[in-house]
Design a binder for this molecule. Structure first.
Ligand SMILES: [Zn+2]
Length: 867
């Protein structure tokens, strides 16, 4: 093939080789004088006639579109056409996983982002070059001439021109290297530092097994589906259930090359008071303190009638319910999705969202980027309960396509990953936060609302059982849950990120007032991760889950989508941000993990503007529900598996509630209002001392007290998993009750004793915090020791007291001690000495005396380490 495609440059190259051979021969001659004169023997090939595009594509199938593709009908290899008028132009590249394995984060429907590339000719080659979109230069500023300084563009591919049709202005290049290698996208994840050597990893890309598995070509986009295979000869870890053969793992990827949209779309710039996904762009020609031109991600909506206050859009945002969706839930999905139209009416659009059903005999599938699809999967190891990714034009932020992935399992009772219950309390409640954080680094649209809500819904179902409610109430709860999940994931695809502050909308009194919540929503935004709303008073039960986009959602859509003539009109929308119902704070601000963030109102799993009391009620309710579990979940001829799962779910609510309460200690309210904005307060206002003390008291009673987690002793003997094969090999099947209780307590302590929390308390004492670190630490010591240190200490309390003491010692002398402010360490030392004194008594039974001696020994030894 190479020989027959020789072009002008190749002939030049041959001539060069020829000359070099002569020189080389001369040198040889000089060296070996006595030898017979060598005769240059470089082959002189007659250049063959240049092959035309037609010659080179003779045995290929032609698939016409934005970039016409030729696929060889004998060996499947591909070539592509690039036209002269495409040179120098910008295109969008987008990729998503068609199918893969969750083990390496490559799961069905996962978006891999979009980027801009240009195609350029360099002598006899065609190059694909990624463009940098993170900087903006005002073209009127002379500095713009230096726009390329220190900005590296990425040459993804450089392919030799195989044939050139001058008349038609077409170049033919081989495309196997572009698509069949990881040229456009890194598919195989890198080995992360700290990744255990036993972790599941992919082998090397196997060229022989990697193939084109689908080509779709349209005037505006060229899509190729590639089946990448990674092979290795031996594996230590065979991966999860979804991996059939750990030595040969396939990942199918869609690559889309997309024409730049040609429309009147106007970028909208981000504002810190409202939560949209963005593409960050810095204005390099601005001298501002905040030279940000971050592009809000939003759809291009244009009014059919620009002069009407309310108009249908020229092109609505059209969704398709995938034909894999169970029939019975399609009407719920449709109803929920169309609810978003009410929000768009605030922005002046009628019927902005349209929902259709994909026919069973449709000739397109969800991987087709021209369709936005609500999809259902049931994965062996689901990475989410729901996921709502979108992809944008990186130059403008315009959303070009979106999908919603939902896991069928979220509707049921099969826990996604029971391992979460072996971890610290907040994780028991939330799923795996660290895993989520890892996913979010790659894709900020990653969402665990589904799995989070599932745990809550399972609690609600158990509570309904415990309260003797029937099937009707249960189906109401499940329907509201699904409705909420659709609203949430669809919100992501409209550009909205999470709003973990919005569950503070209603007072404790109003939260079950359905006449209010049906209308405005149970929470300010469907983009929250709220607790399921469950009333112990069964005569006063409002909505379990919110049923409508809330006031914040309406307002955010107004900001994102309202057609405006100038920034002033947007400022008028934004200045309402101080209204209580428009509260906003996202994942970066929420306090779910210990020591993270500072405003306790921005949290997951909380509800109402009196989140402490709501959490106390939930802890009481959980205790009552757990008393009924044995009776309600013991069914003849079944194992105790459902009883055990329900116990985990119910105590998970206790853990979540404990976390909600603990975040008020040392908390600081954050206000992002701009200066002079009506209703704006100081940016940082410490939580009222009375509220902090109340939180401490609640922890003392519901988390630390000697019988805080005591349920009926009878229950413990029944917490049995159903045996499955040899699954107990990994760890014994006993219910591990002490460990579970300690995990919940430790999770709270990890926050209260975190160096960030302690530092914040010391700092906030300077700007209004009246619950000082010394008061807090004194109260904490009392809460953990006063009830029993002078008498008998039960085994759960022994665990707690030792754990707490060890945490103090670790903060004072351990590896992390340098992170603690000196003043905090003084209080830690003070508390340890107090423990030493308290533990010096020899009251109580043998176990209690042994425990106190242990405590005292720990402190004695630790004090020797203090320098
Ligand atoms: Zn979400």
């Amino acid at each position: 093939m190479k020989r027959i495609s020789l072009g002008k440059n190749a002939i030049f190259l041959l001539a060069f080789v020829f000359l070099f051979s002569i020189n080389d021969a001369n040198a040889q001659r000089r060296k070996k004088k006595n030898k017979k004169e060598a005769v240059p023997t470089a082959p002189v090939k007659k250049p063959s006639k240049k092959k035309s595009i037609a010659d080179l594509t003779k045995s290929s199938k032609k698939i016409e579109g934005l970039f016409t593709i030729y696929q060889d009908t004998v060996n499947g290899s591909i070539q592509m056409l690039v036209s002269e008028d495409q040179l120098g132009k910008e295109f969008i590249y987008f990729s998503q996983i068609a199918d893969g394995v969750v083990d390496v984060g490559a799961f069905r429907g996962a978006y891999r982002g979009s980027k801009i590339f240009k195609i350029k000719r360099f002598y006899d080659k065609i190059e694909f070059i990624t463009q940098n979109t993170s900087s903006y230069f005002d073209p009127d500023n002379a500095v713009a001439k230096a726009a390329n300084a220190n900005i590296s563009k990425g040459i993804m591919a450089s392919e030799k021109i195989a044939a050139h049709d001058k008349e038609k202005g077409l170049y033919l290049i081989k495309a196997d290297n572009i698509f069949l290698k990881e040229t456009l996208l890194q598919v195989k994840p890198p080995r992360f530092p700290g990744q255990p050597p036993t972790a599941f990893t992919l082998g090397n890309l196997d060229k022989g097994k990697t193939k084109v598995s689908g080509i779709r070509n349209y005037p505006e986009n060229t899509d190729l589906q590639i089946n990448y295979t990674y092979s290795k000869s031996s594996v230590l870890n065979n991966g999860s259930r979804g991996v059939t053969d750990g030595r040969n793992v396939s990942i199918k990827v869609y690559h889309s090359l997309i024409e730049m949209p040609d429309n009147n779309y106007q970028p909208r710039y981000d504002d810190p008071r409202v939560g949209f996904f963005t593409t960050q762009v810095t204005d390099m020609t601005s001298q501002s303190y905040t030279p940000y031109r971050d592009l809000v991600h939003r759809w291009y909506l244009e009014k059919k009638d620009p002069n009407a206050a309310m108009s249908e859009p020229v092109e609505p945002i059209t969704w398709w319910i995938e034909n894999t969706t169970p029939q019975e839930i399609r009407p719920i999905i449709k109803r929920a999705g169309l609810k978003w139209n009410e929000a768009f009416e605030k922005a002046g659009f009628k019927n902005a969202v349209v929902i259709k059903e994909q026919p069973d005999d449709a000739d397109w599938d969800a991987g087709d980027i021209r369709y936005n699809v609500l999809r259902w999967t049931s994965s062996p190891n689901p990475p989410f309960g729901g996921y709502g990714p979108s992809f944008v034009n990186p130059r403008t932020g315009q959303i070009l396509g979106a999908d919603i992935m939902l896991e069928y399992g979220s509707l049921g009772n099969n826990l996604r990953n029971e391992g979460v219950f072996d971890k610290a309390g907040f994780e028991m409640y939330l799923g795996d936060y660290e895993e989520e954080a890892e996913y979010m680094k790659h894709d900020p649209a990653y969402c665990s609302a589904g799995q989070f809500a599932q745990l809550n819904n399972m609690f609600g179902m158990a509570a309904l059982d415990a309260m003797g409610e029937g099937a009707l109430e249960k189906s109401k709860m499940v329907e509201e849950f699904l409705h909420f999940l659709i609203l949430h994931e669809m919100g992501h695809t409209l550009g909205l990120n999470h709003n973990m502050k919005s569950s503070q909308l209603h007072s404790l009194e109003d939260i079950n007032n359905a006449s209010i919540t049906e209308k405005v929503g149970l929470i300010g935004s469907v983009m929250d991760y709220p607790a399921v709303n469950f009333s112990s008073d069964r005569s006063n039960q409002g909505n379990y889950w919110t049923k409508t986009p809330g006031p914040y959602d309406h307002w955010a859509i107004e900001f994102g989508y309202k057609p405006v003539n100038n920034q002033g009109e947007l400022d008028a929308v934004l200045k309402r941000s101080t209204e209580h119902k428009l509260f906003f704070g996202n994942d970066a601000d929420d306090m779910r993990a210990p020591g993270k963030a500072m405003d306790p109102r921005v949290n997951v799993g909380d509800l109402s503007s009196n989140a402490i009391d709501y959490a106390i009620q939930r802890m009481q309710l959980s205790k009552n529900v757990s008393k009924e579990l044995l009776k309600k979940f013991s069914k003849d001829n079944q194992s105790y598996h459902s009883l055990r799962t329900s116990y985990l779910v119910v105590t998970g609510q206790q853990a979540g509630s404990a976390n909600t309460i603990s975040r008020y200690i040392g908390g600081v309210y954050v206000d992002r209002a701009f200066i002079g904005q009506d209703g704006g307060t100081k940016p940082f206002i410490p939580v009222e001392a009375t509220k902090q003390r109340k939180a401490m008291k609640a922890l003392e009673t519901y988390v630390f007290s000697p019988n805080a987690f005591k349920v009926s002793d009878q229950l413990y003997g029944y917490l049995q998993m159903q045996r499955r094969g040899y699954n107990f090999f990994a760890s014994p099947e006993d219910p591990k009750i002490h460990a579970r209780i300690l995990n919940m307590q430790r999770s709270v302590l990890r926050h209260v004793l975190h160096f960030n929390t302690m530092q914040r308390i010391l700092d906030s004492q300077l700007y209004g915090n009246e619950y000082s670190l010394s008061s807090m630490m004194t109260d904490l010591n009392k809460a953990i020791f006063n009830a029993d240190i002078y008498g008998n200490v039960n085994t759960s309390r022994q665990n707690l007291q030792l754990e707490y003491t060890n945490m103090l010692i670790n903060a004072l002398t351990g590896r992390i001690n340098t992170r603690y402010p000196h003043a905090a360490k003084s209080m830690i030392l003070h508390n340890l000495k107090s423990i030493q004194r308290m533990a010096s008594n020899s009251n109580g039974n043998t176990a209690s005396r042994a425990h106190k001696a242990h405590l005292k020994t720990l402190v004695d030894n630790a004090l020797k380490e203090v320098k």
